[in-house]
Ligand binder design. Structure first.
Ligand code: GTP
Ligand code: MG
Length: 197
């Protein structure tokens, strides 16, 4: 699949207000600043469809993009942004959890994990939460262009081993860079196949 059309549809503060036309949705989620908006732009072949920023915590609502007039790509707010107040973080947590629990048209979540840093508790907690609730997801390692192959392999193994403390199987994973376009074809092919399944 290639993306020949990507249109911003709207930003919604809660799942009950999102589009009701029952098109398939694919959600992108991860720690604040993990590279979600950059990845969305890379997948869509657009420079500034989603807002990229050096300042974490930019994405604050459930952002819907209609792709090829056929399916929705959903950019979710980053979880665990430390500079938000406790109350604010609880609010975001509620919006994100509510999204996954309520949107039956959500085919698969792409959980973005930064390949440059050691395993983060908050990522593991979120992945475990998805697993416990039976929500389909895959992992997307981001910013892999910043590392040489050896460091990348070491980092990914640490993350995989951390997950294996909780799970008997590892989820499907994609190795990506928004800088080089690595992983783009793999992610888009996966979406195409999942949508038709
Ligand atoms: P929030 O919406 O604020 O939570 O952030 P986000 O997850 O959408 O991250 P965003 O795409 O805004 O990127 C955060 C920073 O990481 C920016 O400075 C990007 O330029 C940088 N970045 C994102 N993806 C990549 C990548 O693949 N490679 C490199 N080298 N830098 C990246
Ligand atoms: Mg963003």
């Amino acid at each position: 699949m290639d993306i020949h059309q990507a249109d911003f549809v709207g930003s919604y503060p809660k799942p009950g207000l999102c589009p009701t036309d029952r098109r398939a949705e694919f959600a992108f989620i991860g720690r604040s600043n993990v590279g979600k908006s950059s990845l969305i732009n890379m997948l869509c072949g657009r420079k500034s469809l989603a807002h990229v920023s050096n300042k974490p915590g930019k994405t604050q609502l459930l952002n819907y993009y209609l792709i090829n007039e056929e399916w929705y790509l959903v950019d979710l707010p980053g979880y665990g942004y430390a500079k938000r107040s406790k109350k604010e973080r609880r609010g975001f947590g509620k919006m994100i959890n509510g999204y996954f629990l309520e949107r039956s048209e959500m085919y698969c979540a792409f959980v973005l994990v930064d390949s440059n840093i050691p395993p983060q508790d908050i990522d593991v907690e979120f992945i475990n939460w998805l697993g416990e609730h039976g929500i389909p997801f895959v992992l997307v390692y981001t910013k892999t262009d910043r590392l040489n192959q050896r460091t990348l392999d070491e980092n990914l193994d640490k993350i995989r081993n951390k997950l294996l403390e909780y799970w008997t199987h590892l989820p499907q994973e994609f190795i990506t860079s928004s800088r080089t376009g690595e992983g783009r074809d793999e992610v888009l092919t996966f979406i195409e196949n999942t949508k038709q399944a």
